[in-house]
Design a protein around this ligand. Structure first.
Ligand code: GLY
Length: 411
């Protein structure tokens, strides 16, 4: 009899969790904040050549132009608000901003076309099925594929990389962020039937797993290759604290990217890697109690020495990076779908804890402030002295994506 009551209690508890993953109303609150901020943004800024990206120290929105890596996030945010609200006004804004990026389908200047086109046109195609978007996505993948070098087995990220110590210049840098651009290639294979895009993505992931990761599954930011032989020439950082440190957003890009490669391939080696990356974040002794990471996991630690001009006295506290947290939360909610038992609960709890922190007034801006972005306290690049403790459009994008994944999640 006791077992019967226990069974009934467990059944109802499980049912409750399944029925109400969002008992605290995080999703509603997050999208309500987004709707308010983005209504201000849309009415204040109508020039389709200026893409909202961040805010200056006075809280005024800053922008980039079409060639920058972040242009696709603003339309992407609008698509997520439309997906949540089903309100046509967000759709028409999302269409307008998405279509402003059309010329980027031919952009072969850097690897970021995946971010630019998948977050805008990828969401547009997913939510509307518009056939003209499909052609643009396939052409975008073709442009990205031009940067693949079969000898290296990777897509070249940037044209050039200058070491911070000024001693070397490299011509085939690959950064961990590049894992995010593979999603466009997998999509293009499905849309076109051409397996080449997918093969390139898998090869790039293999090479990255082999050369970017340390035994503890922290990642180097930049790996420089010899384009003729494929040999690794150096492993360094561009945006992290030191060459041997774990830059928080890089960790997030890797976790998200490898989770997606597992989703697309079903190959267990990629799942095992993503799990290790998730564990690196979750078990990290240097992860603050609110689960929003410092901008790099190793700032100011013994054994980590920056090669750039770092002045610790400039920072009363080590800046956090809400963008890394938002990307991590979204990635964990995807990874949760492929694991079971204690691991599933652990990854889900961490994703939820991050969302709870991001949704608190500590990280969510009051309406009308923060350059009309939702989240505060992200970091672009401290070594480059740019965008420190500011809103960033991609923090908002992955936060909204995580909220939608959280809403859909069922144990
Ligand atoms: N992909 C550039 C960054 O994460 O800052």
């Amino acid at each position: 009899m006791r077992f019967f009551f226990l069974f009934v209690a467990v059944f109802f508890a499980a049912h409750l969790v399944a029925a109400k993953p969002d008992s605290a109303g995080l999703v509603k609150a997050g999208f309500s904040a987004a709707e308010k901020q983005y209504a201000y943004m849309l009415s204040a800024y109508t020039d389709l050549k200026l893409y909202p990206r961040s805010a200056d120290p006075n809280g005024k929105t800053t922008f980039t132009t079409i060639g920058d890596w972040t242009g696709g996030f603003w339309p992407g945010c609008l698509w997520y608000v439309y997906e949540y609200s089903n309100d046509e006004k967000w759709k028409s804004a999302a269409v307008k901003w998405t279509e402003s990026l059309e010329k980027n389908q031919f952009n072969t200047n850097h690897h970021d076309i995946g971010f630019m086109m998948n977050c805008s046109y990828g969401n547009a195609y997913r939510l509307t099925g518009n056939e003209s978007y499909k052609r643009i996505l396939i052409q975008s993948a073709k442009s990205l594929a031009t940067r693949f070098n079969p000898v290296v087995g990777a897509i070249k990220s940037w044209e050039v990389f200058h070491s911070w110590d000024g001693k070397a210049v490299y011509n085939f840098p690959v950064i961990i962020d590049n894992m995010m651009n593979l999603e466009l290639l997998f999509l293009a294979s499905k849309l076109s039937g051409d397996a080449n895009f997918r093969n390139i993505a898998i090869k790039h992931a293999e090479t990255t797993l082999k050369n970017h990761y340390r035994p503890d599954y922290s990642s180097f930011h930049v790996v420089n290759y010899d384009a003729k032989t494929g040999k690794v020439l150096s492993r360094e950082t561009a945006q992290g604290f030191s060459d041997n440190s774990a830059w928080s957003r890089g960790q997030a890009w890797g976790l998200y990217g490898f989770t997606n490669v597992y989703k697309e391939t079903g190959q267990k080696r990629f799942l095992r890697a993503a799990i290790k990356m998730a564990e690196f974040y979750i078990n990290n002794h240097n992860l603050p109690a609110d689960k929003i990471p410092y901008w790099d996991f190793n700032v100011n630690q013994a054994g980590y020495t920056p090669n750039w001009k770092y002045d610790a006295s400039r920072f009363k506290e080590i800046p956090r990076d809400a963008s890394a947290a938002a990307i991590t939360s979204s990635a964990l909610l995807e990874l949760c779908r492929y694991v079971n038992g204690r691991q599933k609960e652990q990854f889900f709890s961490m994703a939820k804890a991050i969302l709870q922190s991001l949704s608190s007034p500590q990280y969510t801006a009051a309406p009308g402030t923060n350059g009309y972005f939702v989240l505060k306290h992200s970091v672009g690049s401290i070594p480059h002295n740019g965008e420190i403790d500011v809103p960033l459009v991609y923090a908002d994008y992955y936060y909204l994506e995580a909220l939608l994944r959280f809403k859909r999640f069922r144990f």
